[in-house]
Design a protein around this ligand. Structure first.
Ligand code: ZN
Ligand code: ZN
Length: 357
């Protein structure tokens, strides 16, 4: 047992924001601040400290995981307990996470605390989460290795007649065998022309000879996500597919090359997009070049057109350009990387050669 992580204070100046307390309700934000991995917990942050509220199912777990004060709410729900706590301390200005607070919750608190001003707060914790600590990078690295190991094991089962669903099941089975908690998102497996759907849902479609296979998979291990896309081909690779693959790979390498601390997220997107334009495939690249990841599979920054966010050392992001031709097929190549002062470290060890089965 390593004991609970120290409580991380949210990056918000309460006094400057004219707040007496800040209620954090987003599950990943709560986990980031407290280390709590359960499903029902909120944190009330005050200038003097923080109180974590949970229900009795998590009494033992929160004692093991949470370093700040814990209040186990035995009946009535967490929000009434927060309201009672705030009323007792005469909190007059209470901030809430506007992206993680429902209309119903807002209605409840404004009725329960008629004299307290409720103020919406931007997702400051999510922003804080963009730059990872060394410990978080180690966890992401571990998740990436699990993911690549699962991929290597699972692709040996891909053959003519196997369905997308069976392949997705094999991938997720292998992930867990290698130590993942779960997939970090719904595994994408697409065969043939269905590879042109960037977010294809695996179905009963069976693989036929001379078809493309696109796999986009991520593991979640100790809460941290990985994300990788690779393309395989059953049988002899047609010239058109080969050319398209080369173009996307060149774009992916150009994207990786553009990454370093200080550049804008948009400039990385531009580097990848320009390569596809050169190959006449820019119209076929219909999404952004990448995204941050960590406790959640999609976090800021978004590496999209014109995005002005400056990359910083320690950000974990994906680089994943693609090209999709309706009724033909799609190619996407995706790695998980960490931004460094002079470039990036590609964490994904899996080869990027087009795999012929
Ligand atoms: Zn992906
Ligand atoms: Zn991704």
């Amino acid at each position: 047992m390593t004991g609970p992580q120290p409580f991380r204070r949210p990056a918000i100046d309460l006094a400057g924001a004219q707040l007496e307390a800040f209620l954090v309700t987003g599950a990943a934000n709560v986990r980031y601040l407290t280390g709590f991995t359960g499903s029902n917990g909120v944190v009330l942050v005050t200038p003097g400290g923080a109180v974590f509220f949970t229900d009795p199912r998590y009494e033992i777990q929160s004692a093991q995981q949470v370093a700040c004060r814990v209040q186990v709410v035995r009946k009535g729900g967490l929000l009434p307990a927060v309201a009672a706590y705030a009323a007792k301390r005469q909190i007059r200005a209470l901030g809430f996470e506007k992206d993680h607070f429902s209309y119903q919750q807002h209605q409840y608190l404004s009725t329960a605390l008629p004299r307290a001003g409720l103020k919406p707060v931007e997702d400051v914790v999510l922003k804080q989460r963009m730059v990872k600590t060394d410990a978080e990078i180690a966890l992401i690295r571990h998740s990436v290795l699990t993911n690549s190991n699962a991929f290597a094991r699972a692709i040996s089962t891909i053959k003519s007649g196997v369905t997308e669903s069976e392949t997705a099941a094999e991938i997720e089975y292998q992930m867990r065998k290698f130590g993942a908690d779960r997939p970090s998102f719904e595994t994408i497996v697409a065969f043939g022309s269905r590879t042109a759907l960037p977010h294809a849902h695996p179905g009963p479609r069976a693989l036929r000879p001379n078809e493309l296979v696109l796999i986009d998979m991520g593991s979640s291990q100790e809460g941290y996500a990985s994300d990788m896309t690779r393309v395989l081909h059953l049988g002899r690779i047609p010239r058109k597919t080969e050319r398209m693959y080369r173009a996307v790979l060149e774009a992916q390498l150009a994207g990786l090359d553009a990454v370093r601390a200080g550049v804008t997220a948009g400039s990385v997107d531009r580097a990848a997009r320009q390569v596809l334009k050169k190959h006449g495939l820019d119209h076929a690249f219909t999404h952004s070049t990448g995204h941050g990841l960590g406790l959640e599979i999609h976090e800021p920054p978004r590496l999209g057109k014109g995005d002005k966010t400056r990359l910083e050392a320690g950000m974990a992001i994906t680089i994943e350009p693609g090209a999709y031709l309706e009724d033909y097929g799609g190619i996407r190549i995706e790695d998980t990387v960490v931004v460094t002062p002079s470039g990036c470290e590609v964490l994904t060890p899996t080869s990027k050669e087009l795999i012929a089965l």
